[in-house]
Design a protein around this ligand. Sequence first.
Ligand code: ATP
Ligand code: MG
Length: 451
Amino acid sequence: MTWFTVALVLVVAAAGLLRWRRPAWYWLTFGVTLASLRVLVRYASVMDACGLTVPPARWRLALARMANREVPQSRPPRILRIRPTRTGLVLRLGLRPGQDAFDVAASADRLRHSFALYGVTSRELRSGVVEVRMTGYDVLRRVQMPAKTDARPMRVPVALREDGSVHYRDYRTVPHGLTLGATESGKSVYQRNLVAGLASLDVALVGIDCKQGVELFPLARRFSALADNPDTALALLEALVTHMEDVYQLIRANQRITVNVPDAEIAADIWDLPDDLRPVPVVVLVDEVAELALFASKDDEKRRDRIITALVRLAQLGRAAGIYLEICGQRFGSELGKGITMLRAQLTGRTAHRVNDESSANMAFGDIAPDAVLAAIQIPTDTPGIAVTGDASGGWSRIRAPHTSLREAVNICNKHAERTPELPALAAFRPAVAPLPPARVPLSKTAPATA
Ligand SMILES: Nc1ncnc2c1ncn2[C@@H]1O[C@H](COP(=O)(O)OP(=O)(O)OP(=O)(O)O)[C@@H](O)[C@H]1O
Ligand SMILES: [Mg+2]
C-alpha cells in the first residue's frame, strides 16, 4: 500500500513538474487523456451552462407527455468527432436546428474556462458543422514546429498559430507579402525563418537589406543576388524588371496557341510551362523598406522614385513571371511618399508584429480587418515574434515564428548552397563568398589520409 502511495505521489509530482517546465511534454503524456475525459464527461452540462443547447423537439415532448414519462432534456450539439493533436483537441460538432456557428464562436471564452483548457477557437466547416480547436497550453510561449509539415512547392511552414496549427507562407496563393512591426518586434527573425524554409526549395533568393546587410549577408551562400545600399538596390531591382520581361517573352514564345493545343497546356504563367523550360521562381526579400523610400537630396529623390517604380512594377506584374515580393519594415504608409500606398495595395499577405501606435497597425490591416488592428496593438513588449496575420478566409490569427538563430539559418543556407541558381540577369549582384571547406574525408581504406 505504501509503495502504491509513493508511486502515486511520484507520478503526480512528475506531472506537476512537467506541466510547469515543459507544457508540451505534459500535454503528450498526461494532459491529452485528462482533457479528453474532462471534455467528454462535462460536455452536456458545459454546453447547457454556455447556452449552447436547444429545447427538445415538440414531438418528443408530446410523446413524453402521452407516455407519462420524464420531460426530455435540452440537447447540446452532436459530437461528430474528437481528435487529440500534438497541442490540443479538435472537436467537430453537428449543430442542432436553430443554432449557428456564431453561437459557438461567441461562447469560445466560456468553453475555454469550463473545460479548463488554454485556448478555444471555432470555425464553420460547412453548413451545420463547426470545428472547435482547443489548445492545452500556451503554444506560442515556446514555439516548436511539428517535425512533419505539409510540404508543397512554393509553400513554407513559417510559424505556429495560436490554435496549434502551422502557418504557411504560400507564394502560389498569396504572391506578395508585407510584414510590419516596431523595432525589436521580430520581423527579421520571421524573415530568417522564411529564408530557412525556402532554402531547400528550387527557388532563387534575392535580398535587399539596407541595414548594411547585417541580416541577410551572413546567409549569402544561398542568395543569387544581394544588395546592401539603395544604389545597388536600384540597379538590382531594374535588373529584376528586365528578368521579368525576359520571362514573359519566354512564356509568349511557348504559347503558340493553335486549335490542337489542349486548354490545359496554354501557358499564362511560369507554372503552366513544361518543367524543362520553366524559369526558376524568384523570392525578393526586402528588409527595412523605408530606407529605400527616404531621401535627403534631389538626386536621392530621383533614385527613390525609380526604386519605388520598379517595386510597383514587380508587384503588379511579377506573379505570373514567378517573382514574389516579401517586404519588411517598421512603417509603410503614405508619409513615405508617392507610390507607397499603391505598392501596399498589391501586397496581399499582411503580417503585423508588435506596433507602437494604431496608425502603424492600420497600415497592415486598416483596409482589411479592423479587429486585427486592435490585436496587433495589444501584443506585449516581452514576447517578440508574436504577430497577427491575415489568413485566406479573410479572418486573422495570432502566430509566432520559432526562434531560429542566425547561426542555425546560416547552417541551413550553407547546407543548401549548391541549390543556389545562377540567374544571368542578376549575375552582377551575386555575393562573393569563399567556397565552403570540403567535407572532411573519413579515414578509411578507400580514402587513405595523405601526408
Ligand atoms: N519568434 C521569436 N521567438 C522568440 N524570440 C524572438 C522571436 N523573434 C524575435 N525574437 C527576439 O527579438 C529580438 C529582435 O528580433 P528581430 O531582430 O527580428 O527584430 P526586428 O523587428 O527585425 O527589429 P529591427 O526593426 O530593429 O530590425 C531577437 O534578437 C530575438 O531575441
Ligand atoms: Mg530587423
